[in-house]
Design a protein around this ligand. Structure first.
Ligand code: HEC
Length: 398
């Protein structure tokens, strides 16, 4: 497909994805908050879970959470909030296809990690999503779910194994985005195959004037708790593309694990904040700890290679950039996949190269996340030379 059409599709679908995602996660956080802030109604009623008054957009909202007493007429209109999740998931899958699967090998494959074909990489990606969902369902429908700590530990171990596996096969960014898509798929499966059936059973029971089968709601509660904890990790993964020092790191799976566990722990402190007074300290402590571990892992051993090698002439540095970068980073890229210079970065004139020296070092020398998917076959010697030229002051001889 024409690359410009692909970019336009990317733009529209990404926009939809973000709007739907904000609505879905926003609602989910709001309902979680409501549940934790209800107070008993003045006139005690066995069907009421509690009430709350809210002030928003110029008026008061009086909200009560309750079950409907048998015999009471079912309301004409009840809002379910299920399509925000579906829209988020569908647009997410569409983005995965548009950007990663139709975007060619550059997105999915990094020859320095594994020299597999684009088709193999796509098969691995799709297989990981389907496989993870089947495994998760099998685990949480098995007798093991009666021992939540054990089932939880197994889930975490499987997720870690999946992250390690994917980062050994796919490019760093593709591995990250697949873990995100995988978690989003589990959440969506939870909504549609566990939580919705429970709501349907509740409606059927209410209409029939009988009590709800508790098995449904217990399972729904369990899965919505999972979704609650998965939210923050997924949101990090969705923005991880902007942080090459995470997905481009040699231990990218470990960084991902640390960030996932850390952010889920922050969510935990937010969950308990209404009955645990030390929650803010707890959340701050795990945040700091997580960031400290990330900082240590991504810390650079002094990369000032420039001092120890003979001066590098600008002409040599520019020759490398012309050969390895300009196919994409030019006013008129020759690379078919990128008809416009990615990130607006053009590396044709000496001044442009000098201006971007810092980012060039970051992407091509330290994180090695450029050239994109190493499409242009940059060598280690070239990276070292480029790094030395930058360390020596990125002098363009003017
Ligand atoms: C095959 C196309 C391609 C080639 C070749 C390529 N890039 Fe990129 N570059 C991209 C894409 C796509 C992005 C935007 C996505 C991203 O930032 O990961 C990008 C973004 C960038 C950015 C801006 C983002 C940032 O982190 O500041 C810099 C700088 C960069 N590339 C440097 C380089 C250098 C240096 C080379 C050569 C060693 C190079 N690129 C080769 C495709 C390419």
């Amino acid at each position: 497909m024409e690359a410009t059409i692909r970019e336009l599709l990317d733009l529209v679908v990404r926009w939809v994805h973000i709007i739907a995602g904000i609505m879905w996660i926003g609602n989910s956080l709001l309902f979680n908050w409501l549940d934790r802030n209800l107070y008993p109604a003045e006139t005690p009623d066995e069907h009421s879970f509690g009430k709350i008054w809210l002030l928003h957009s110029g008026a008061f909202y009086e909200v009560e959470k309750k079950l409907l007493p048998p015999g009471m007429r079912y309301p004409d209109k009840v809002h379910w909030f299920m399509f925000q999740n579906l829209t988020t998931w569908l647009s997410g899958v569409a983005l995965l296809v548009i950007v990663y699967y139709m975007g060619g090998a550059a997105y999915m494959v990094d020859p320095n990690i594994a020299a597999i074909s684009h088709a193999t990489a796509v098969a691995v990606g799709v297989g990981s999503l389907v496989g993870a969902w089947l495994l998760y369902e099998a685990l949480w429908r098995s007798p093991l779910r009666r021992n939540p700590p054990l089932a939880f530990a197994i889930s975490l171990a499987l997720l870690l194994a999946m992250s390690i596996g994917l980062t050994q096969v796919l490019s760093g960014r593709a591995a990250y985005i697949h873990i995100g898509a995988l978690l989003g798929t589990l959440m969506t499966g939870n909504v549609w195959f566990v939580i919705m059936p429970s709501q349907r059973e509740l409606v059927a029971a209410t209409r029939a004037g009988r009590a709800q089968d508790p098995a449904f709601s217990i399972r729904a509660k369990e899965r919505s708790l999972h979704n609650n904890y998965i939210t923050f990790p997924v949101l990090f993964i969705m923005i991880s593309n902007h942080f090459p020092s995470t997905y481009g790191h040699q231990l990218n799976w470990l960084l991902l694990a640390v960030l996932m566990v850390g952010s889920a722990a922050v969510r935990h402190f937010m969950n308990i904040r209404f009955h645990y007074r030390g929650w803010l300290r707890g959340a701050a402590a795990v945040s700091l700890l997580t960031l400290a571990v990330v900082a240590v892992l991504t810390a650079r051993t002094s990369t000032n290679a420039g001092a120890s090698v003979p001066p590098v002439a600008f002409a040599d540095a520019q020759a490398i950039i012309s050969q390895r970068c300009v196919a994409c980073h030019s006013a008129a890229p020759t690379d078919k996949q990128f008809p416009v210079a990615p990130g607006g970065v053009i590396l044709e004139t000496p001044e442009q190269i000098q201006r971007f020296a810092g980012r060039i070092k970051e992407r091509a020398v330290i994180t090695r996340t450029m050239p994109f998917g190493n499409q242009t076959g940059m060598t280690e010697a070239e990276r070292a030379l480029l790094g030395a030229w930058i360390d020596q002051g990125a002098d363009i001889g003017r």
